[in-house]
Design a binder for this molecule. Structure first.
Ligand SMILES: Nc1ncnc2c1ncn2[C@@H]1O[C@H](COP(=O)(O)OP(=O)(O)OP(=O)(O)O)[C@@H](O)[C@H]1O
Length: 627
């Protein structure tokens, strides 16, 4: 019970010297509420996680201390100075899922024979373990992540037919012989620094000195799918958490109507008819057929109309729009966005563009935007207006706002979160999937030539339930006469985009990767007023992840959903693959969609078989959450 958990923890802190005060008081009632690094389960009856990285723990962990926490699921004691054998009683905790001993001085053999099969994440890297990798590792059927790099392990690598293994690193040991077939799909980075290892992905074995006698193994199914850069996540050591406080500022200046617009509108009163526009159906769109609700054929030839798309129910004309009261939502790179409340109560968003291309190109682009906007994850363009003096686009207003405001709004504003509701992990995964699908659609359109060019969290809008996303601003970048790079997407720009000024599908994937990092860390990728430096989120995450790939990199609001940690690690891997420096190494959005769908299945015992792909989306199970 909680009492005995408290006693076990106190015995541990008494027996193992540490330089940072853990502030564990002799009162079991406070174990769950105030003990540093201790997390309890939903019913507050047991300790389920102990995370005490870098608290200066020195020496051995005695038996009968934390090994008694028999409801423990997550143990992270990385970056300390612990030594000796890993205590055997810890190895028999049946619920243990995550074990991170990275960067200590543990020695002796790897104790995989006695590990509980519940383990999914093991990081023993940067210790002094010796001996071979025991073949019994094969029994850890749930294992997803294994990092034993930088130890003194020797002998051959045993065959590991572990279907869930996604990340694997044995670099910088003294391992010998051929790499087993089941591990050959991992990249060289997983194996480097073992001079006597051979075979794919390293140099072939033949010709060289005879490798150690290893039984030939039949070819096995490689783990699927893998990410090129996932191994990079776990290379390196030492601690340094950048405690960046990045705030999100949403411009919400109340103004009265678009005065200028009104005046100009009057000049054009004679032209204020309305027409509707039929767009050809899209490859990936699932929208309804377009209907001509407004205007008549006779008017179609006329100029300067409010042109409506799709079978939307809006029933207003330009004059109504001009009479509406408007509130500035923000000034973006293409112009100003207004929330316009019409006299009949209808609310829409009007984007007033500046410096756009000529009318013909503009209309062509509107057709494209209208067409692609039929996909459920793309914010649809409802109408547009083009005259010499004004260029407007009309969209639905989404009261839930942007992903950026959901993630950063009201955070830490002095009052412990200022009344914000944390965005649940489950929702974040769904949002990520929505964005990925929207982007996949864009990339598949126009002969697979289209890209977005401005993916960032303020351009991701949320549905009312905050569990799905709409990608907004598609096609706007192409509308600009002087396509200067949007200055307010700095943190999302791929290296080659910064260099050449040209965005592409690959640079979209990069921006999407930054968006995922933002989702995971809640660090703002954008320059925020008051902060001198722009946070290079991929760089920051890489530096932190090298040292502490678990808890600290993640948004603290996610920490209460403790058992989804492995999903977060997987999402982090997807993100890191997307922000690969070299565009060729980044995955396609199509693959990213599959990876996120797969991740959502990760908790479910019934993983879909690969021939069941068609049902994947509808079958998505939601991970249970623990408050
Ligand atoms: N349809 C909408 N419903 C609700 N909020 C919206 C809608 N469209 C945009 N917003 C919000 O209004 C603000 C301004 O949007 P806008 O697209 O003009 O600029 P931006 O996203 O900051 O920059 P950029 O022009 O580079 O995309 C953003 O915070 C955005 O999230």
């Amino acid at each position: 019970d909680l009492n005995s958990d408290g006693e076990a923890l106190l015995a541990f802190s008494d027996a193992v010297p540490h330089s940072r005060n853990l502030n564990w008081k002799n009162s079991p009632s406070s174990v769950c509420s105030s003990w540093v690094g201790v997390t309890c389960g939903a019913d507050q009856s047991r300790v389920v996680a102990l995370r005490i990285p870098a608290v200066g723990l020195v020496g051995r962990i005695p038996l009968g201390t934390i090994g008694k926490l028999d409801a423990l699921q997550f143990l992270s004691i990385r970056n300390n100075l612990l030594s000796g054998d890993f205590p055997s009683d810890l190895l028999s905790i049946p619920s243990l899922q995550l074990l991170n001993l990275q960067n200590n001085n543990f020695s002796g053999n790897l104790p995989f024979t006695s590990f509980p099969s519940s383990l999914t994440i093991i990081d023993f890297s940067f210790n002094s373990f010796t001996g071979g990798i025991p073949p019994a590792i094969q029994n850890l059927t749930k294992l997803r992540f294994l990092n034993v790099q930088n130890n003194s392990l020797s002998g051959p690598i045993p065959e590991m037919n572990l279907p869930k293994l996604r990340s694997f690193n044995v670099s910088n040991n003294n391992l010998t012989g051929p790499i087993p077939a089941s591990l050959q799909s991992f990249t060289t980075g997983s194996f480097l620094g073992n001079s006597l290892l051979c075979g794919p992905p390293l140099a072939p074995c033949s010709g060289g000195p005879a490798p150690s006698p290893l039984p030939q193994t039949p070819p096995q199914k490689p783990p699927s799918p893998t990410l090129n850069s996932e191994k990079k996540i776990s290379t390196g050591m030492t601690i340094a958490i950048a405690a960046g406080i990045l705030t999100f500022l949403l411009i919400a200046a109340l103004t009265v109507l678009l005065c200028l617009l009104k005046n100009r509108g009057k000049k054009e009163d004679g032209d204020m008819a309305v027409e509707s526009k039929a767009a050809k159906s899209s490859n990936c769109g699932k929208g309804e057929k377009l209907t001509e609700q407004y205007g008549s054929g006779a008017q179609e030839a006329e100029r300067n109309k409010l042109v409506f798309f799709d079978g939307c129910s809006y029933n207003f004309d330009l004059e109504d729009l001009l009479r509406a009261s408007a509130e500035v939502l923000g000034k973006g790179s293409c112009g100003t966005a207004y929330k316009a409340v019409l006299e009949d109560g209808t609310i829409v968003v009007v984007k007033r563009l500046k410096d756009v291309v000529g009318k013909k190109d503009f209309e062509q682009q509107m057709d494209i935007i209208g067409k692609v906007g039929q996909h459920p994850n793309i914010h649809p363009l409802r109408a547009y207006y083009y005259s010499k003096d004004e260029k407007l686009m009309v969209f639905d207003y989404l009261p839930a706002g942007s992903f950026s405001s959901a993630l950063h709004g009201n955070r830490g504003g002095g009052g412990g979160g200022g009344g914000r509701t944390p965005l649940k992990w489950e929702n974040r995964v769904k949002i990520a999937l929505g964005v990925a699908k929207g982007l996949e659609c864009i990339h598949s359109e126009g002969g697979s030539k289209f890209s977005h060019g401005n993916i960032k969290s303020s351009n991701i809008l949320l549905n009312q339930e905050m569990d799905d996303a709409l990608v907004s601003d598609f096609g706007l970048a192409q509308l600009m006469n002087f396509p200067a790079l949007p200055s307010n997407m700095v943190g999302y720009r791929a290296p080659e985009l910064i260099e050449t000024g040209k965005f592409s599908q690959k640079s979209d994937v990069y921006s999407f990767g930054v968006l995922l990092l933002e989702l995971l860390t809640a660090k703002n990728a954008l320059h925020s007023p008051g902060a001198d430096e722009i946070l290079d989120l991929p760089k920051w995450v890489q530096s932190v992840v090298r040292e502490e790939w678990t808890a600290e990199v993640f948004d603290s609001e996610l920490m209460s959903f403790s058992h989804v940690e492995e999903e977060m690690v997987l999402m982090l891997q997807i993100a890191m693959a997307c922000v690969a420096k070299s565009p060729d190494q980044r995955p396609k959005m199509k693959d990213v969609v599959s990876l996120i769908v797969e991740l959502r299945h990760s908790d479910s015992e019934t993983r879909l078989s690969s021939d069941d792909k068609s049902n994947k989306d509808s079958n998505v199970t939601t991970p249970q959450e623990e408050p």
